[in-house]
Design a protein around this ligand. Structure first.
Ligand code: SF4
Length: 289
């Protein structure tokens, strides 16, 4: 069995920078991470071992016992930032600049008097951070959620990790259902996400199935899995090499490998090595790097 790696995959600069900032914290026991720093179990366990506390991802509040609160790469609203400061917390901010760009775009659309439509996953922390500063908005996960909106000025943007084709089809549907409205679209899918999705699509022509490495609750990892399946390729989502099952690969000669933006390089390499072992393939023919 051959294992072919996607040309672009794995950890993005936003996650690397956030981890670097966390690594430079002098005393982790003084810091509560406001939700999951990244959606990756292995990384979060290491942060906990280092002494960091962590607020529950779905119920982040301002009652952290530590004096310092670390804002994750997914960002928070200005309102949330203010709530934390009012509670006396000092903030360590690891918000990705590309998430900030979405917040700025949303503020601009609102300032133009537009009803803001966010294409993204309802309840996702990044989406919550974007909409929490808006008075009127809609979150749309797919074309089925689109409706006729109560404004003839609309502003459309998306969560950074949405697949571009979903963003395009939802935007088209918004236009169709809101004919005559003045609609401004801002493309806020982040470049690392676009490049990983494009690299995986290129890979699909050369493989029989794909292994996608990433956290179980990582949105961009799950999107890579969905994208594979939409193109009729079997996809196996694993968090680590331990999740691989030999019987999955009995029928395949060429297996692709990709990973979400919060996956450690070492985890990808472990999965790669295990796949080569399962396929009785010497490492040098499996292009380990
Ligand atoms: S996925 Fe994109 S927006 Fe999110 S942290 Fe990485 S680079 Fe930033």
């Amino acid at each position: 069995m051959n294992v072919i790696r996607a040309d672009e995959m794995g950890m993005c600069f936003g996650v690397r920078d956030a981890l670097q900032i966390a690594a430079e914290v002098e005393d982790p026991t003084e810091v509560t991470i406001h939700g999951e720093l990244v959606h990756n179990r292995i990384i979060n366990e290491r942060l906990a071992d280092a002494g960091f506390r962590q607020s529950d991802e779905q119920h982040r509040d301002c009652r952290a016992e530590t004096p310092l609160v670390l804002i994750t790469a997914h960002g928070v609203s200005d309102a949330e930032r203010e709530r934390l400061r009012s509670a006396g917390k000092q903030l360590i901010d690891t918000t990705c600049p590309l998430v900030r760009r979405v917040h700025d775009a949303a503020a601009e659309l609102r300032a133009e008097g537009r009803h803001v439509i966010v294409i993204g996953k309802k309840g996702h922390v990044e989406v919550r951070g974007i909409v929490d500063d808006l008075d009127a908005y809609d979150v749309v996960a797919g074309v089925e959620d689109v409706r006729v909106y109560p404004s003839n000025r609309l502003g459309v943007l998306s969560q950074t990790t949405m697949p571009s084709d979903v963003v395009e089809s939802v935007t088209r549907e918004i236009h169709q259902q809101n004919r005559g409205a003045d609609i401004r679209f801002v493309d806020t899918v982040c470049h690392p996400t676009k490049r990983r999705q494009a690299a995986m699509l290129t890979l699909l022509d050369r493989v029989d199935a794909v292994v996608v490495v990433g956290g179980a609750n990582s949105n961009n990892t799950r999107r890579l899995v969905e994208l594979c399946r939409q193109h009729d390729k079997p996809a196996f989502h694993v968090q680590s090499a331990d999740d691989l099952r030999p019987e999955w690969f009995d029928a395949y000669e060429n297996v692709g490998l990709t990973a979400g933006t919060s996956t450690l390089d070492e985890t990808i390499d472990q999965v790669h090595r295990t796949l080569l072992r399962l396929g009785h393939c010497p490492e040098e023919t499996g292009r380990m790097k």
